[in-house]
Design a protein around this ligand. Structure first.
Ligand code: NAD
Length: 428
């Protein structure tokens, strides 16, 4: 099946169903966990710079809040759908549970392409999002954060609108804020660094020195850039990076066999994670078609851009050298590809474990906002590495003990924790 025909919600449900069967979960819990508990669909009218009004479709979806307030990012994307947001909210529930933070799962989205919006239009869109939603979010209800194509500035406009309406300072309503405005040091790096904390722990467990490994990455946005930085800092070599080119409306893979210079590439990317083609050429990068990233002869593949990128159709393109797929994006592998990955003996670090660094640091941000006292960056990152490695260890050990795929082990831990909270509350 072509990538675009996969439905993320069906994928999330298929992953859940497999483990629900394994755990022999009762029908009440299954029904509760297969769908979000609450959905808000709304329209945001925005005054455009040319004097016209444009209406944007938007969502906020809460999957489950038995373990704490719902938590999850807001995406700006032209192809955002309710099912994508539903799936992402579901993965947030499992993500918070697998790293054992007291939060539930939620997600938001706006159907828009911020590349085509001025700064003023983006600000009015952010404020409009909150005007539609302010009764349904709050530090103890549902706490949004940045995600694809949203950043700290978007979060601050949203916070300012919320606080203006509520007439008080409530910085815990949103995370991913700028440092000095209630944001946590280390939040920008947290998701990408968290991916590598987990990957490094897996390499140690498998007795593979990180210095001996190579990787190819899809994406060069917030997650991919900081994952690449940490991986290189710890001794790994990134040979290829693929990203979207807005001008050509297609993706490219930038390759340097001697190793990509991440700092150099970061200097020539825009705020949406697109690398400047011409400048990359001047710096000696080979420019290949976008899907070449997956064909590279490397030890590790790190999909860090989009969902549905590793499917049975593209699986034969993956080099026999690949030992690890480290999922950094949400839902990059389709469920029908998991058996192929398992058969070939590739170790898979599941998305909701490996990219949980962002939400863990968001939780730290909430804690700091509640205390109105902020930690040094080293302290944040040290706590983050501890949480991520602890979560990894539980998943890895269970997968060895029960002889199950690491994705399934992560689901077993997460589902059991949420099921326990639901039962203690008396919901089922
Ligand atoms: P981002 O918007 O900063 O970057 C996205 C990157 O993907 C960009 O480099 C873009 O060029 C690239 N891209 C888009 N389409 C592509 C294509 N067809 N081929 C190759 N590259 C393409 O987003 P991000 O925040 O880095 O998020 C990436 C993924 O990680 C998403 O799945 C997101 O949900 C997930 N995630 C993000 C966070 C976070 O804290 N930012 C946390 C957890 C999970």
């Amino acid at each position: 099946m072509a990538k675009e025909n996969y439905n993320p919600l069906a994928n999330a449900q298929a992953q859940f169903d497999k483990v629900a069967d394994y755990l022999e979960l009762d029908s009440g819990l299954r029904a509760l966990f297969r769908e979000p508990m609450k959905e808000m669909h709304f329209s945001i009218p925005v005054k455009m710079d040319d004097g016209t009004t444009k209406v944007f479709k938007a969502f906020r979806i809460k999957h489950n809040d038995a373990r704490g307030p719902a938590k999850g990012g807001i995406r700006f994307h032209p192809h955002e759908t309710a099912d994508t947001v539903r799936a992402l909210s579901m993965w947030m529930t499992w993500k918070c549970a697998v790293v054992d933070i007291p939060l539930g799962g939620g997600k938001g989205g706006v159907v828009c392409d911020p590349h085509n919006l001025s700064k003023g239009e983006q600000e009015r869109l952010c404020r409009g999002y909150i005007r539609q939603l302010y009764t349904q979010i709050g530090p103890n209800i549902d706490v949004p954060a940045p995600d694809v194509m949203t950043n700290a500035q978007h979060m601050l406009w949203m916070l300012d609108e919320y606080e203006t309406i509520m007439g008080q300072h409530l910085p815990g309503v949103i995370t991913g804020k700028p440092v000095g405005m209630g944001g946590s040091l280390g939040r920008t790096e947290a998701t990408g660094f968290g991916v590598i904390y987990v990957l490094h722990e897996l390499l140690r467990s498998e007795n593979i020195p990180i210095e001996s490994t190579t990787a190819s990455i899809q994406g060069f946005g917030n997650v991919a850039e900081y994952a690449a930085r940490k991986y290189v800092e710890r001794g790994g070599k990134v040979v290829a990076i693929s990203c979207w080119d807005q001008a050509d409306s297609k993706s490219y893979t930038y390759k340097k066999a001697s190793g990509c210079d991440i700092e150099q590439l970061a200097q020539i990317k825009d705020s949406f994670g697109s690398i400047d083609k011409a400048k990359a050429k001047e710096l000696g990068y080979e420019q290949l078609p976008g899907d070449e990233w997956i064909k590279q002869d490397v030890d590790i593949l790190i999909p860090a851009a989009l969902e549905n990128q590793i499917t049975p159709a593209v699986f034969p393109n993956i080099s026999k050298k690949v030992k690890i797929i480290c999922e950094a994006a949400n839902g990059p592998t389709t469920p029908d590809c998991d058996p192929l990955i398992q058969e070939r003996g590739i170790l898979l670090l599941p998305d909701f474990l490996s990219n949980a660094g962002g939400v863990t640091c968001s939780y730290f941000e909430q804690v700091q906002c509640n205390m109105n006292y902020f930690w040094e960056k080293d302290e944040v990152l040290e706590k983050l590495e501890k949480s991520m490695t602890k979560a990894f260890r539980a998943v890895y050990d269970l997968s060895r003990e029960k002889k199950v795929y690491m994705r399934d082990a992560a689901y077993i831990i997460a589902i059991n924790r949420v099921a326990n909270a639901v039962k203690l509350r008396g919901w089922v």
